[in-house]
Design a protein around this ligand. Structure first.
Ligand code: P6P
Length: 347
């Protein structure tokens, strides 16, 4: 019986990976873990408490905010505010950045970008939802943090992770030295290491895309979908189509089993639907650290310079060989697509 290793123990143990760290990042990750447990408690009883249904407010995306969205946002911001290690929170649920200007945070050096409850349209139908977070070190040296501290390239992230509230609740994160997964044990109220050193298979047989938008997809994406659907025993095709409409759930499954997640541009979302700063970048960092690839079709996601906080991006990420095959179709259709051989392979 191997000893249980909690998230807290693991974070402290790995702190040695950062010789100059004085514990701030460790405490920041701990604060996020605590908020995740609080949100998990409410997610698990959402069907029982009058916490469902629209809160009547709209977020910056013009989407109806469900009460659980609002609650989760408040919990993460509150945990980050009281933890003292974060100076700015950029949240999907807030039009503008939330600057943390408390006495305890006056020397805080970290920026957190977060989608507090992604996939919230699935709350009412009991499909897995998630939290996605991204952590940067502030670049400005003094005074009020600048928006440039928030709009950094994804490759500047010092950590990224997600929480999936599903059949079990897991927290998966990276600090740039591989990916590790922790499952919440409700009997002790701790996230325990359950998936050490997660690696996505180089190949897979699952493709995840909302095929309802097929007619609006770029030709190369249409061609790739048809490739996935062809009968070819040698390559295990037709592949399996799996799509829940919850980015965290779809990517978590593909990370474990191998697969590709695609959200191309469409007529409804000419720049893509998913948000670069707090959805695409953290997921791209995690997938690359697990040996996968993440691109918008032309650029490596982590190399894109964000223009504004709620900027959207097309995204194709997952198993290297599947993204490479997609890129062949994008190139054949005339797009100067991203070349997988440029990918920085994870350790
Ligand atoms: P569609 C949920 O609203 C979300 O932001 C992601 O979690 C998910 O992958 C995507 O949008 C689903 O979008 O257009 O397929 O419903």
């Amino acid at each position: 019986m191997t000893a249980v290793k909690t998230l807290g123990q693991f974070i402290i143990e790995k702190q040695a990976d950062f010789p100059y760290a004085k514990g701030e990042l460790s405490r920041l990750l701990r604060d996020i873990g605590i908020a995740a447990k609080i949100v998990n408690r409410e997610v698990n009883k959402a069907g029982l408490v009058d916490i469902l249904g629209d809160a009547g407010t709209m977020n910056v995306q013009g989407e109806g905010q469900k009460k659980l969205d609002v609650y989760a946002n408040e919990q993460f911001i509150s945990a980050l505010r009281s933890g003292g290690e974060c100076c700015v929170v950029a949240s999907e649920e807030n039009d503008e950045c939330v600057y943390i200007e408390s006495e305890i945070s006056k020397n805080a050096k970290y920026i957190v970008a977060i989608d507090p409850l992604d996939g919230s349209s699935n709350i009412d139908v009991n499909v897995a939802i998630g939290t996605i977070f991204s952590i940067y070190r502030r670049q400005s040296s003094e005074g009020k943090p600048r928006i440039s501290d928030v709009l950094q390239k994804g490759r500047e992230q010092v950590a990224a992770g997600y929480v999936i509230y599903g059949s079990s609740t897991m927290l998966v994160y990276t600090t740039g030295k591989g990916v590790n997964g922790f499952t919440l044990d409700p009997s002790i109220g701790e996230f325990c290491l359950s998936h050490p050193n997660m690696r996505i298979p180089k190949d897979g047989k699952i493709y995840s895309i909302n095929e309802g938008n097929y007619v609006h997809f770029p030709q190369g994406v249409k061609d790739y979908i048809k490739y996935c659907q062809e009968e070819n025993a040698d390559s295990g095709r037709p592949y399996t189509s799996r799509y829940t409409g919850s980015m965290v759930a779809d990517i978590h499954r593909n990370l474990i089993k191998g697969g590709i997640f695609l959200y191309p541009v469409s007529s409804a979302y000419p720049k893509g639907k998913l948000r670069l700063v707090y959805e695409c970048n953290p997921m791209a960092f995690i997938l690359e650290q697990a040996g996968g690839v993440a691109t918008d079709g032309v650029n490596r996601i982590l190399d894109i310079v964000p223009d504004h906080l709620h900027q959207r991006s097309a995204i194709f990420l997952g198993s290297q060989n599947m993204v490479a095959k997609l890129s062949e179709f994008l190139t054949a259709s005339g797009l100067t697509s991203y070349r997988i051989d440029k990918v920085i392979s994870a350790p």
